[in-house]
Design a protein around this ligand. Structure first.
Ligand SMILES: C[S@@+](CC[C@H](N)C(=O)[O-])C[C@H]1O[C@@H](n2cnc3c(N)ncnc32)[C@H](O)[C@@H]1O
Length: 296
């Protein structure tokens, strides 16, 4: 985990269960008086994420029924990596784009609340847009986060930059993305595995999220390739383009895709959270060299 991740030290769930009633209701009390958490239960994960966001960041967040429940440790690792990438630029005010913010709007809320970054959160799913806007409002972050309704699921930046939004005229320092992972064209989309079963234990968390949130034609590789394509069209509008990847084997595919387009200012990283590892790629068309691999 990133050295600055507050969840590097395991939270005291027993203390937190005493403090938060809704979280207490999904905890199990062990014979030794400590509480345990069943990470395989969706409701438990919801209450856990809600409670951690409130405890560590004072954020009140709700999720659309059935939608993706984000794990906080991973989202924080991504934000902290972005902080590291941006640090050499010594910017007074940071502006970012969150591609596919989900119903929680978690990345934009964290970026705004933790770092006062100004965020545009793009989302294509109607219900997620409504929840995301409500989450921004509930936390009084409307001055920092604008949720933009993506009218075309095939579009990444185009619809936004060509919209009449005042923010569309601005330049952004970064974009981030947790792309839909599974391939909707596959026979059994959810059979795709993110891990090598011989080397890594089974995931401890239940999978959450609707088909629409988790799948797209071609899976995450196609989605990130579309970000690369559109980054070429909008290279002057965003300084550092980034995306997360759910599978290690997809990292070289994206690096090859970037290389084929002669995009050479590139770096990668790994996000470690317990048994779960994720990867991320960053690229830029500007001169400022990106930090090289910083596995956290
Ligand atoms: C895997 S979820 C990530 C949600 C959230 N960012 C998180 O990490 O918890 C991907 C999100 O992208 C949205 N999405 C898919 N295609 C999109 C597009 N072209 N533009 C904006 N959002 C899109 C989906 O509806 C979904 O909410």
């Amino acid at each position: 985990m990133h050295p600055r991740n507050v969840l590097r030290t395991a939270p005291d769930y027993t203390k937190l269960a005493i403090k938060y009633k809704d979280f207490r209701q999904v905890c199990q009390l062990e014979l030794n008086g400590k509480v345990s958490i069943n990470f395989r239960n969706e409701r438990t994960l919801r209450e856990l994420t809600k409670m951690l966001l409130l405890e560590y960041f004072g954020l009140h967040v709700d999720f659309a029924p059935g939608s993706l429940v984000p794990t906080l440790a991973l989202r924080l690792n991504y934000i902290l990596w972005l902080e590291d990438l941006l640090a050499p630029l010594k910017l007074a005010a940071v502006k970012g784009i969150d591609i596919g913010c989900g119903s929680s709007c978690i990345y934009s809320l964290l970026a705004a609340k933790k770092n006062q970054w100004k965020m545009v959160a793009l989302e294509s799913k109607r219900e997620n847009i409504e929840y995301a806007r409500e989450n921004v409002k509930r936390n009084e972050l409307q001055h920092l986060v604008e949720v933009f309704e993506q009218p075309d699921k095939q579009s990444i930046f185009k619809s936004f930059f060509e919209s009449s939004s005042e923010l569309a005229k601005e330049q952004f320092h970064f974009c981030l993305c947790n792309p839909p992972f599974f391939d909707s064209n596959a026979k059994n989309p959810f059979d795709a595995n993110t891990r090598n079963p011989e080397r890594r234990p089974a995931p401890s968390n239940v999978r959450t999220g609707t088909d629409e949130e988790l799948t797209c034609a071609g899976g995450e590789v196609s989605f990130v390739q579309r970000i690369v394509d559109e980054s070429e069209a909008f290279k002057e509008r965003v300084l550092i383009f980034t995306s997360m990847l759910g599978v290690k084997a997809n990292v070289p595919k994206i690096l090859d895709y970037l290389r084929e387009r002669q995009i050479s200012n590139v770096c990668t990283t790994e996000f470690h959270q317990g048994h779960t590892t994720r990867w991320a790629v960053a690229w830029s068309f500007q001169q400022t060299s990106l930090q090289i691999d910083t596995a956290k």
